[in-house]
Design a protein around this ligand. Structure first.
Ligand code: CAA
Length: 699
């Protein structure tokens, strides 16, 4: 086994190289070895300066996040290592390639100088894990690049490139050629020119323009972009301390607030998602080295909003797309919508005109199936109707070349039935995009009974190429996401019949953290769309109260935002409550003999979440989802569930499955067992005192 750290002398320069694959994370062993290397450096009288560099694909990507659940940290903990580097008795130069992130950048800031290759990325992304840069980052970054820029970098968590880093003073030099050689030459230059060592902890913060208003500006931005998250405010407090207090005292503030963040449920949830999002592509029976099919040309059937949105993903990944519609008028309309979407982005300064031109060049249109005979992938995005899909897939089977992947964007229909309209069901897969398809990151990859492994592996590779978060689902009504969303909306609807207003239910859901309440979501998608989905569901519950308000609104042609009236009335996109809707719900309740009752906010949120979690447990048990983490990733990326909750299944694990089970039993006692029979898996785990995560790992 190779050493984690090697110490090599090149003339008067020591080359300290870290080799801890895959990303040189600062786990205990690496911290210890680096600390020892600094001891060696200090006592090495022949050495005048050191270069700290990494093997492999990147500089240090941060602390080892997997150690955060095993407190206390083993000494030396990272801030001590950073300080030890800074205290070294000769210049230390960080040589950065790949990414210097979190604890990695903090180590680099402990060094006295920093150089990087042009492609390097540097950032403090801890906020995305519900943390703050707790290895002195909140104290050193403001000293290095100023308070304003430091707050911006730490609160967005977004890395910057080497060019920006040199402009902002985060690095001292860009090395255009070979990094190791360049860094050693830089070290020699520092020695020759006797450039003084800069120890950031001893540097004063530039307080020009640092006012209360500056901090207020970031607090207000947090309210808009990170409302409900715990860590962002703590980052601001650390920087305030850095400005107001002597270094040792403000460091203590950082340490205390870091531990508060680390122990918060928010950070637990965000860390869970970090690992879950990296696990999704591990499919037990699809080996990592499964050969994949080349996707060089794509066709999209249907130039409506969905088809157009899907096409944009491929264009932006430089993959040519043919959009297919039944008539020229529809085709032109679809192409015009794509063009105007891009033009809007150019106007807002979010896209270069040259990029737009390049994407439009890659787009072609056709009204003839024969013109797509050479594509490698077809995605059908026509109306959600089995008869129409049947015709499309029969046609695709006739015209597409052997080996082409035939995908459906269906959100609820039976993929196996669709696949059997072709003579090659093994090439058929579901690629379920979420509206707006060019923006929402989620992609449900639906595996049919006969879908082959290489088609699945290709779909995962493709999801990364088009920057989507692909999650595998099995075939059932609504797959994972929509199948769980239906019980959630069902309860939101039933509570309206019991006398709770749509706006109150939405407010409670949003207070819990949802980006939008369930009623606002159904207005956005359309009451007509929801009604048709549940009405067309062959196994829908035999219950006259099921989606009753939705049905009444549908009959009144109150479809939601598109008709300016639904569960709310709309002025533009602004929702305004409409007392008529509560009356409609009350009239429907009277017809059904449903009593009006007082329902607490606590019960509202429990009913919404328990309904969703119970369905999630069934989905796990049936093997529709591989792991509970996959479900969480779906909800964090496609349904507006706040990342700090970690997803519905993680939330259930956190509050305890016994609690969820007891709540469901309480609802069963009150409302009967039609909707409130605890899923057998939930019952089993609740009784065993286990979690969905544990079950997923050991099943
Ligand atoms: N700790 C532990 N494991 C990590 C890790 C970290 N900081 N960063 C990445 N990994 C693991 C991943 O889980 C993954 O493991 P598997 O292969 O077993 O799934 C593996 O390294 C490769 O990661 P990616 O698949 O993400 O690789 P990539 O090439 O796509 O991306 C990366 C590389 C940009 C470095 C990305 O991994 C990344 O963003 N990592 C996290 C960076 C981060 O958040 N750092 C801050 C940590 S918190 C901190 O440092 C606290 C502090 O201030 C004290």
């Amino acid at each position: 086994m190779q050493n984690i750290i090697t110490y090599k002398k090149i003339g008067h320069i020591a080359l300290v190289t870290i080799n801890n694959p895959p990303v040189n994370a600062m786990d205990f062993k690496t911290r210890l070895a680096l600390s020892d290397a600094i001891d060696q450096l200090n006592s090495d009288n022949k050495i005048k300066a050191a270069v700290l560099i990494c093997e492999g694909r990147t500089f240090i990507a941060g602390a080892d996040i997997s150690e955060f659940d095993n407190l206390p940290f083993k000494d030396p903990w990272l801030p001590d290592v950073v300080q030890k580097i800074e205290d070294a008795n000769k210049p230390v130069i960080a040589a950065i390639h790949g990414s210097a992130l979190g604890g990695g950048l903090e180590i680099a800031m402990g060094c006295h100088f920093r150089c990087a290759v042009p492609s390097a990325k540097l950032g403090l992304p801890e906020v995305t894990l519900g943390l703050l840069p707790g290895a002195t980052g909140t104290q050193r970054l403001p000293r290095l690049i100023g308070v304003d820029k430091a707050l911006d970098m730490m609160l967005t968590g977004k890395p910057i490139n080497a060019k920006q880093a040199i402009e902002e003073g985060l690095i001292d030099k860009i090395i255009e050629d070979e990094l190791q050689e360049g860094a050693i030459a830089f070290a020699k230059e520092i020695l020759e020119k006797q450039i003084p060592i800069r120890r950031l902890s001893k540097t004063k913060i530039d307080k020009t323009n640092v006012t209360t208003e500056l901090f207020e500006k970031y607090r207000q931005r947090n309210n808009k972009t990170a409302c409900g998250f715990f860590a962002p405010e703590k980052i601001i407090q650390c920087v305030e301390a850095a400005v107001d207090l002597p270094y040792p005292e403000s460091l203590q503030v950082e340490d205390n607030l870091f531990m508060e963040c680390l122990n918060s449920d928010h950070s637990r949830g965000q860390r869970h998602l970090f690992f879950a999002e990296r696990e999704i592509a591990r499919i037990p029976d699809v080996p990592k080295d499964t050969a994949i099919r080349n996707i060089n040309r794509v066709a999209i059937i249907g130039a409506g909003t969905m088809g157009g949105g899907i096409a944009m993903n491929f264009l932006q990944a430089n993959i040519p797309v043919t959009l297919l519609e039944i008539d020229q008028e529809g085709l032109q309309r679809g192409i015009d919508i794509i063009r105007s979407n891009y033009a809007g982005q150019v106007k807002k300064g979010r896209m270069e005109q040259t990029h737009m031109d390049q994407y439009m060049e890659l787009l072609s249109g056709s009204t003839a199936f024969d013109n797509i005979s050479d594509v490698d992938l077809v995605i059908e995005a026509v109306f959600e109707n089995m008869e129409i899909k049947k015709e499309v897939f029969k046609k695709l089977d006739q015209v597409c070349k052997p080996g082409a992947i035939l995908a459906s964007n269906t959100s609820t229909l039976d993929l196996d039935v669709i696949a059997n309209y072709t003579k090659r069901p093994e090439d058929v897969i579901g690629l379920h995009f979420f509206a707006p398809a060019n923006i929402m990151p989620l992609l449900e990859i639906v595996r049919g009974k006969k879908t082959t492994k290489d088609v699945i592996a290709t779909a995962f590779k493709l999801s990364r190429s088009i920057r989507k978060v692909g999650v595998l689902a099995g075939v059932c009504f609504g797959f994972i996401g929509n199948r769980m969303f239906l019980p959630y909306v069902r309860e939101a609807e039933l509570m309206m019949l019991e006398g709770v207003s749509a706006e109150r239910i939405d407010r409670v859901a949003c207070n819990w953290g949802m980006a939008m309440g369930p009623h606002a979501v159904t207005d956005l998608s359309g009451q007509d769309v929801f009604f048709k989905i549940v009405d067309g569901w062959k196994d829908h519950p035999d219950d006259p109260a099921f989606f009753r308000v939705c049905k009444a609104l549908f009959e009144l042609e109150r479809y939601g935002q598109k008709t300016s009236k639904g569960k709310y009335i709309y002025e533009g996109r602004k929702a305004i409550s409409d007392p008529k809707v509560a009356n409609i719900a009350q009239q429907e309740a009277e017809k059904l003999g449903i009593e009006q009752r007082e329902i607490s906010d606590d019960e509202i949120i429990k009913r919404l979440l328990c309904a969703m979690i119970n369905e999630g447990a069934l989905i796990l048990e049936e093997g529709i989802a591989i792991r509970s983490g996959d479900i969480d990733v779906i909800y964090a990326n496609g349904y507006g569930l706040p990342r700090y909750r970690g997803g519905p299944m993680f939330y259930a694990d956190l509050i305890g499955l016994k609690q969820v089970y007891d709540d469901i039993n309480e609802f069963r006692d009150r409302y009967g067992n039609r909707y409130w029979t605890p899923a057998p898996l939930l019952e089993q785990l609740a009784k065993q005192g286990k979690t969905f995560s544990e079950w997923s790992q050991h099943k």
